[in-house]
Design a protein around this ligand. Sequence first.
Ligand code: C5P
Ligand code: MG
Length: 179
Amino acid sequence: KGTQAQYLVEKYELLHISTGDLLRSELKAATPLGLEAKKYIDKGELVPDEVVIGMISSQLDQNIGKVKGFIFDGFPRTKAQAEALDKLLDFKNTAITQVLALDVPEEEVVARIMNRGLTSGRSDDNNQEIIKNRFSVYLNETTAVAEHYKEFDKYSSIPGIGTIEEVFKSLTEAIEALS
Ligand code: C5P
Ligand code: MG
């Protein structure tokens, strides 16, 4: 997600808001929010909705009107987060344009994350059990986000296998098809 988001940011001049990155920088700075989040991240569980929604709300307040648009990376993760995001954006007279979901089989996700774990320094990237739990949390909680945006015709599933360039091409094709 993060890799492709970087390329999309460059091409479309968007602001990249990654809730995972925001949580990890709170963790690094050992803020109360970061220490609370660590309990969940270390198990591959989701940080409570109100915490991440609060972070997103403050990012929107700080940046709306100053940038062309946003790319939310790794958010919303639950139906409650999706509904809260829709409300926040509605207050600001805007809305989600499209959800782009990268579709990758579980074995490939596990292999990529284990490989990233060699250099990322992330404790949740080094443990196969934690990675598998992250995948099952995705199936149990985040699938509902896809269903939510499908109802509004705002959901695209993008094949996430292949090279970075191939995946990026599929993403940009889906985006160009919107306008
Ligand atoms: O999005 P990313 O893969 O970087 O998330 C890493 C971890 O951060 C997740 O496994 C989860 O513990 C936490 N997270 C969260 N809620 C989000 C985004 C990330 O709980 N919206
Ligand atoms: Mg990421």
